[in-house]
Design a binder for this molecule. Structure first.
Ligand SMILES: CC(C)(COP(=O)(O)OP(=O)(O)OC[C@H]1O[C@@H](n2cnc3c(N)ncnc32)[C@H](O)[C@@H]1OP(=O)(O)O)[C@@H](O)C(=O)NCCC(=O)NCCS
Length: 188
């Protein structure tokens, strides 16, 4: 698949490139990114260097599609659609750089990715899933704000680098409205 550039009010989403290596390396030192995503821990500079060509190859294959979130010259995070199964299902994933958090950027970027993911001229998906390690309230609140509906608790449902974690599962269907619904695992 050819990489696609998406634009939102504050962000440009485009594939990560070599000039992002320093910022990716710095962002991925963050304890929450290491705990809640599948990045290696400890995260070394070579991991950021290897990430750039890997993402390019994954765009070619069309199974894992990753964008860098750019706010001007600042790398605000990454967002992606993963495990596209060729039958209409994929999974949303994201991390926001520690210096760009709590400003609504995860939801802003993910909305554009969902719009493109569901569009027939985009990835033409029917169902987009979201999974997070149990207790990742920040990510769950972001997914709820995006309109994801909570579906359940999966034992060992996320494979990390060396082990597995229980996870929450939520999903959004193409035809669903995106008004936030109550999640039983979120108090407010
Ligand atoms: C989860 C993460 C992407 C949120 O990014 P963000 O840009 O700061 O989030 P937003 O500003 O868009 O906020 C989205 C929602 O999450 C809530 N939120 C964000 N950070 C929060 C935190 N630390 N604690 C509680 N709620 C939080 C916001 O209040 C908002 O909820 P609301 O609309 O109900 O008020 C970011 O914290 C992160 O990168 N975490 C580490 C990596 C990670 O967990 N990735 C997801 C793996 S499933």
């Amino acid at each position: 698949m050819q990489p696609v550039t998406l634009r939102t009010e504050r962000l440009v989403l485009s594939p990560p490139r070599a000039s992002d290596i320093d910022a990716i390396y710095e962002a991925c030192q963050d304890a929450d990114i290491q705990r809640f995503t599948t990045v290696p821990s400890p995260y070394e500079r070579r991991h950021a260097e290897e990430f750039i060509p890997r993402v390019a190859a994954e765009w070619d294959d069309g199974v894992h599609l990753t964008w860098a979130m750019r706010e001007g010259a600042v790398l605000a995070g990454t967002v992606g659609l993963y495990r596209l199964d060729g039958a209409g299902t994929g999974e949303l994933g994201y991390w926001v750089s520690p210096w760009s958090r709590r400003r609504g950027l995860s939801t802003e970027a993910a909305r554009a990715v969902l719009d493109w993911g569901f569009a027939p001229e985009g990835a033409d998906l029917h169902r987009i899933e979201w999974r997070a390690v149990v207790g990742n309230v920040a990510s769950a609140r972001s997914a709820r704000a995006l309109g994801f509906r909570y579906e359940g608790y999966l034992r060992d449902g996320i494979a990390g680098v060396d082990d597995r974690d229980d996870c929450w599962l939520a999903a959004l269907r193409r035809t669903e409205d995106r008004a936030p619904s109550p999640w039983p695992v979120l108090a407010d």
